[in-house]
Design a protein around this ligand. Structure first.
Ligand code: URA
Length: 241
């Protein structure tokens, strides 16, 4: 990013935070704020687009050999909330869109029925952008090769809060190779200066569907985590880094 663009981005961020319909806490009109925001939004969208083209041609690890296509990310490029999963499954590999299989339906329900926003209003992506064969977990060298793409996505979107879905996303974002969701959930963590809430991967919920007690327990925990995310989005719980 050149220095001029970095300054524009900082100004846009500042103005967006301070623009208010009634209180003039900063000496620019809402029109100016909207204009500056539009500059930033189109810059973010075009940089993400460039990055997704780079990812589409990536051959840095073995996963690239088995993919139908890369699965970069989907949603609002200026989302306040980003969900990070593990990696594409069969359906995601076929469609090129994250979380569109069974786990995806569960995630969509969490977003639309739980948080009560549209799926398109948040941003959804994964640690690895190519499908691990047989839906195995990505290996450490595959994660290491792919994670710079995720980090660039987060740098561009700069969400207010990140929700890490499962141990792979938690271990990548929090630099904890032995991450266990049970131990990490229920409190705030940090990716740089962005608060991170860890919760169970939607596939975990899908796998409990024949065990009603376990499903109930897991759902209650996910819902508690999502409520904490909502509080940050509403400005009710500003966690301190
Ligand atoms: N599981 C993930 O972690 N990501 C997807 O996109 C789908 C399933």
């Amino acid at each position: 990013m050149d220095q001029f663009q970095a300054i524009i981005n900082d100004v846009c961020e500042l103005v967006r935070r301070h623009a208010h319909p009634r209180r003039n806490t900063i000496a620019v009109s809402q029109e100016v704020a909207a204009l500056l925001d539009a500059i930033k939004t189109s810059d973010t969208a075009s940089r993400l687009d460039d990055l997704s083209k780079q990812v589409a041609g990536c051959t840095k690890c073995e996963l690239s050999k088995g993919r139908t296509q890369t699965v970069f990310g989907t949603g609002n490029t200026r989302a306040e909330l980003v969900f990070v999963g593990e990696g594409p499954g069969a359906e995601e590999d076929r469609q090129g869109i994250p979380f569109v299989g069974d786990a995806g339906q569960m995630l969509t329900s969490i977003i639309e029925r739980g948080i009560k926003v549209k799926r398109e209003d948040v941003y959804i992506c994964n640690v690895v952008k190519c499908r691990p064969p047989g839906n195995r977990n990505p290996k450490p060298d595959e994660m290491a090769a792919c994670e710079p793409y995720l980090f660039q996505q987060l740098e561009l979107i700069r969400p207010k809060v990140i929700c890490a879905l499962g141990a792979t996303a938690a271990s990548c974002l929090l630099r904890l190779p032995e991450a266990r969701v049970g131990q990490l959930r229920g409190k705030w963590h940090w990716y740089k200066d962005i608060p991170v809430r860890v919760t169970y991967h939607p596939s975990y919920l899908v796998r409990q569907k024949n065990e009603p007690d376990k499903l109930q327990d897991a759902k209650a925990k996910v819902w508690a985590d999502i409520r904490a995310v909502i509080r940050v989005l509403n400005g009710e719980e500003p966690p301190e880094p």
